[in-house]
Design a protein around this ligand. Structure first.
Ligand SMILES: *Cc1c(COP(=O)(O)O)cnc(C)c1O
Length: 459
């Protein structure tokens, strides 16, 4: 039988989306609002201005505008590395002897090696438009910091990046890439902020966490004139920008006369997953189709599968507004798992709402299983995946194996968020059999839950 479907499908520039899609517009039950941590009242937009630039604050609060124009400058920037290809994993299918059709959307084709640039360039654009001079942020594995460094260099904005200390130590070259784009990189927790000092006093040997780096970056932003803080995941605005992934995927699949039975993505703070699933979830919310949607998270940081749906801080230092989300508690310190980008205690409020209301599923996987999948995938498809992305690969492979057993020829779409060239420490530990699976006990998790803020609504 002749192959109808090409190995790689790229949209033409004309076919590329010109608007982002705001999933919230089609949600009957909206995500709960951010709360002011002092009053426990919903924040109003002015309260966000010291931290976020105005256009992004507006996007954060906008639950109703279905499609939002992508400014032309951002569309042009996207064209330097987009569209990203939709790839049919013929070789992987063959190796698995599965009747399933496996597609993946590959976001690793830019210097950050991840999807993060899709939102970084948008955030830098709006900051420049407002006349700001600099941004601060945190980075875990380094992809977000790199993406934002690229974007800030493009718009001539200063950038200070607080990088989670374990990653800083595991991936020294990440720092050099960011510095190439003129970013200032500081391992977190650090002595450069009050909150960093306090965390260090409490635990001088801590490897840090995203939540802790966020606190430091916010403190730096609000205490420096002309600076604002930006975040690479979790927030509604980031999920909005990442909808480009799903919109392109949907157009490409339509060109192939395909529609996914199941859509799979890894979930750290939920931005790539929220972006990938956006138009498919729209179909589900509006009753047009019923694709299964699966979030994959590390067993060491199981926000969806073992977390609580509650109001919590987005950072360890407890300075952010409160978000209603699946959370392990802002004080939760995940073990030294290699998927740095998935070591976050919380989850996108949009995805949390959808998960809570039964529109999606979640699984947690252990890292040795994840790397087994990563290596199998690399050999078949010649892309060395990021450990984060390999979580989605693991679940896609498991789904395809299930199809082999049941004989069902399902169409699987997963998000391959990035490349793993900076993760050789992790690959080495897998290849030398020294990788361990850390799974927190219920007691470990309870400590995080015990410190959830006492908002009435949390009971
Ligand atoms: C940051 C990152 C993730 C996880 O972040 P989300 O916001 O959950 O998408 C996944 N994969 C890669 C390659 C990343 O850099």
């Amino acid at each position: 039988m002749a192959k109808k479907v090409p190995h790689r499908l790229y949209l033409t520039e004309d076919q590329m989306p010109k608007q982002w899609y705001n999933l919230r517009a089609d949600m009957k039950i909206k995500p709960d609002p951010l709360l002011n941590p002092a009053t426990f009242k919903p924040v109003n937009i002015e309260e966000l201005y010291p931290v976020f630039c105005k256009a992004l604050a507006a996007q954060e609060m906008d639950n109703t505008t279905r499609y939002i124009d992508i400014p032309e400058e951002i569309q042009d920037f996207y064209k330097m590395y987009r569209p990203s290809p939709l790839i049919r994993a013929y070789n992987l299918e063959k190796a698995l002897k599965t009747p399933a059709k496996i597609y993946y959307k590959y976001e690793g084709n830019n210097t950050s090696g991840s999807h993060k640039l899709n939102s970084a360039i948008a955030q830098a654009y709006y900051a420049k438009e407002q006349g700001l001079t600099g941004l601060t942020t945190e980075t875990g594995a380094g992809q977000w910091g790199t993406a934002l460094a690229e974007a800030c260099a493009f718009y001539n904005l200063d950038l200070t990046v607080y990088m989670v200390k374990v990653s800083y130590e595991q991936k020294p070259f990440r720092k050099t890439v960011m510095e190439t784009f003129d970013a200032k990189v500081i391992p977190s927790p650090s002595n450069t902020t009050k909150v960093g000092k306090a965390i260090l006093e409490n635990d001088p040997n801590t490897g840090g966490s995203l939540g802790c780096a966020i606190s430091e970056a916010i403190e730096k932003a609000v205490s420096t004139p002309g600076y604002r803080y930006v975040l690479g995941s979790v927030l509604n605005q980031v999920v909005l920008h990442q909808s480009i992934i799903g919109l392109e995927s949907k157009i490409a699949m339509e060109l192939l006369d395909e529609y996914p039975d199941v859509v799979i993505g890894c979930a750290g703070g939920g931005s790539n997953l929220g972006g990938l699933i956006a138009p498919f979830m729209q179909d589900k919310l509006t009753g047009k189709a019923t694709p299964r949607i699966v979030a994959v998270e590390p067993a060491s940081c199981p926000s969806f599968t073992r977390g609580k749906y509650a109001y919590d801080f987005c950072d360890t230092g407890r300075v952010t507004p409160l978000a209603k989300m699946y959370t392990l508690g802002a004080s939760f310190m995940p073990s030294a798992n290699h998927a740095g980008g998935l070591r976050y205690h919380g989850m996108s409020p949009i995805l949390s709402r959808l998960y809570h209301d039964g529109f999606m599923e979640a699984v947690a996987v252990e890292q040795t299983k994840v790397f087994e999948a990563a290596v199998l995938f690399a050999k078949q498809e010649t892309i060395l995946p990021a450990p984060e992305s390999a979580h989605a690969i693991r679940a896609a492979i498991d789904e395809a194996i299930l199809c082999r057993e049941t004989g069902e020829a399902k169409t699987i779409l997963f998000g391959l968020t990035g490349t793993g060239y900076f993760d050789m420490t992790a690959y080495n530990s897998y290849l030398t059999n020294t990788m361990k699976d850390y799974v927190p006990t219920d007691e470990d998790l309870q400590k995080g839950f015990d410190q959830l803020p006492r908002v009435d609504i949390n009971g």
